[in-house]
Design a protein around this ligand. Structure first.
Ligand code: SIN
Length: 277
């Protein structure tokens, strides 16, 4: 495909040209795309008119599809594509730093997101490099975090669960969304680089600490993720596609566009087919 990447910030992100959305996604092409993803962590491709079925094909070429979301609706043309749509006075749920679905034992390794309808202004998405955040921690803090594990759960998805079904609505949502314990510092399975693995959306508690200690530690880490030196920001246009590695990045969808409509399609890829090569 002869892909060309234009790096956007020292922390992460590149605009990619040369990607053909009508390709058959053969192994060599996807190897090249994957290599770009490993280098830049998040890729932005403009004018990428990928139909839902083709988006799922791209995901399947990268790895195993799955990790269907517990609450988003799927596209009529493909069960592997969820529709993210916000307008009016809906309260979007992605305006918090997070990596997708870490409340699962095996969260998706990659996500593919394509803009379908964008508001006249705003509705940008930011990504943060958790490698960069980890690298910036004082060495004493790195030592403190080594070996610690934290509990991840569905966070603010409790609100629709409660409004829809009270206490049992929350319990049902817990049982379908799940909850998982992950190391607070993880290592990328391909590069081996350490990254900070907690998010303000989904990380609730640190195993072995008291609730106040866990709260203080997490708040300090979340503040560090907010620093713009770790970020890249995307202004969407219709048919802009973002592909990111969830291992070592988080993202934040800015809610500044309501009551205008913003609609995107998303595919989650659970296992990285190139991880064990
Ligand atoms: C997401 O959290 O995957 C959605 C991000 C966005 O709406 O920009």
């Amino acid at each position: 495909m002869a892909l060309v990447a234009d790096r956007l910030t020292p922390a992460l992100g590149a605009e990619l040209t040369g990607f053909d959305p009508h390709s058959t996604f053969d192994t060599e092409e996807i190897d090249e795309l994957h290599a770009q993803l490993m280098e830049h962590h998040v890729l932005f491709i403009r004018d990428c008119d990928l139909a839902p079925v083709k988006m799922a094909e791209l995901g399947a070429a990268l790895g195993t599809l799955g990790a269907r979301h517990h609450s988003y609706v799927t596209h009529p043309d493909s069960d592997d594509v969820v529709i993210l749509e916000w307008k009016g006075d809906d309260l979007p749920d992605a305006a918090e730093w997070h990596s997708d679905m870490t409340y699962r034992d095996t969260p998706p390794f990659a996500s593919i997101l394509k803009a379908v309808i964008v508001p006249p202004a705003g509705g940008d998405t930011l990504w943060a490099s958790m490698f960069s955040v980890y690298d910036s921690l004082p060495s004493g803090m790195k030592d403190d975090l080594a070996g610690l594990e934290a509990v991840h759960d569905m966070g603010a998805f409790r609100t629709p669960a409660y409004r829809g079904g009270g206490n049992s609505g929350i319990l049902d949502a817990y049982s379908s969304a799940g909850t998982a314990v992950h190391p607070m510092v993880a290592h990328h399975p391909i590069s081996g680089r350490p990254y900070l693995n907690v998010s303000e959306s989904f990380t609730r508690f640190v195993i072995g600490l008291s609730a106040p200690e866990a709260g203080r530690l997490l708040t300090e880490l979340f503040d560090r993720i907010n620093r713009p030196e770790h970020h890249v920001r995307l202004r969407w246009k219709p048919n802009t596609l973002a592909l990111w590695d969830n291992r070592g990045t988080q993202h934040y969808a800015v809610v500044d566009y309501l009551p205008h409509l913003r609609q995107l399609h998303r595919v989650a890829v659970v296992h990285d087919a190139r991880e064990s090569r």
